[in-house]
Ligand binder design. Sequence first.
Ligand code: MSP
Length: 532
Amino acid sequence: MDQERQSFYITTPIYYVNAKPHLGTAYTTLLTDARARFERIDGQDVHFLTGSDEHGEKIAKSAAKHDMSPQQWTDYMVPAFHELWEKLNISNDDFIRTTEERHTKAVQYFLEKLKDSGYLYKSSYDGWYCIPEETYFTETQVRHHNEAEGDAEAHKCPDCGRDLVRVEEDSWFFKLSEFQDKLLKHYEEHPEFIQPEIRRNEVLSFVRGGLNDLSISRTSFDWGIPLSFDDEHVTYVWVDALINYLTAVGYGNPDMQENLHKRWPANMHVIGKDIIRFHCVIWPAMLMALDLPLPKSVFVHGFLLVKGEKMSKSRGNAIDPLDLLNIFGVDAYRYYFLTDVSHGQDGSISLERMAQVYNADLANSWGNLCSRALNMSAKYFDGKTPQLDAEEIAKTTVLSSKAEKMYEPYAEAIRKMDFGEAAHIVLDLIDAANLYIEQMAPWSLAKSEATQGELAFVIYNILESIRIAAYYYMPFMPETSKEVLSRLSLEPDFSKGLQDLTQWGQLKQGADVQKGEALFPRLDVEKIELGN
Ligand code: MSP
């Protein structure tokens, strides 16, 4: 396995730090983490990047509102992100801040190259701008949208509906319009580049409609990375932000060329559907302009909805992730968001549903299986796992044959970022093991000397199923999986790859078994309340 370890570089968007992280940003980060964890236990050499997007007009304005300099403001806000990622057990290898020197240097270097390539020209921008979205809109886009909304005179953002501002300033432009054909060709030749399919179609039709050149610098404020060749200008925040994916692996840094070569192109950028054009149109065009390889894929997820509406502070329906963590604990939080939001689509979330999933899948199925099996093993085998000979271990049962068929469909689901499907495959083994307990009734076998051999066989099969399920649940619930394995006196060994780790018959025999506390005590749905 070891000689095949390949680099797997995966990223989240870098989040604006004008507000604290919320369920939505946590969702993207969680999806990315679960994929990174899968690749790690599957033996890949993972590099997982997240970070903060700290420049631009929006941040400058919220800093002013709080009577702080933008740098003070971002320094003040960033720890809330570290804190939440720690609480959610996010396993990122790096956290990039766009105000770091390594990033300033990389952005300046990238833009110098872009200028040398002939794809930049100086002109002036006169049009509309949405500060909350940090996005430019043309006169026509704004008119079409506002006419469709029934108010032709209005100047509302076509994406978020908030007021636009008029911007007139000198600017450098990137010749994005020249990349239409090249982009279309790339989408054609690499159908896996934009996932899932519905988002790919959305990008295709957008790009087929034609592309405008993009203003990549601002002159009416200064909270950004100055252009090295024209220091009245600061870099447009989106161009600055996208380059983070390169900075973090060593772009523009002579001491990190080997690392850059190893890590780039990224295997996957994980993003929400709101920022698809930046990642699937502008970013690949920027890379093409410099002849740099494009990321292998962009996975686009939908939005979390609360009572059918996009969750947001202004709507007053935002739920604080910390409240949910207090009620459910980290692994149940992770499990719910990873499994119950439909793959790639918008997903409604609610406290009631979260409690329901917790009780059904975690308390009644997984937690219950573990506590029954560990208790029986402790009780009938003197605090140890049973011992069997090799021939018995190799005997096929409903559980071993299920377990042996899990890896391929499970890995395929995870590679598609369909964590609901992957978890379903694990739950199927757990349900089968619970049913097996009922059918085999170990408590009856325990009553007679004559059936001790059979009892050992049955308990072995159940514990072995638990061992295997714990490995498969690791990307979802890393702490619980570690705990379950340790109760079986096992230490996870990641050097072998998941398929080897989950081969039937590797339970340690005659090893100490800890009964431990209930992993997921049942929740009384009526009694659950949010903190505020
Ligand atoms: N700073 C830019 C990204 C730059 S990446 C080079 C940005 N930041 S953001 O803080 O607004 O985060 C946007 C991301 O947060 C979305 O793409 C999505 O991943 C996540 N979400 C924000 N609200 C969300 C929901 N309601 N539901 C799910 N995810 C959402 O854009």
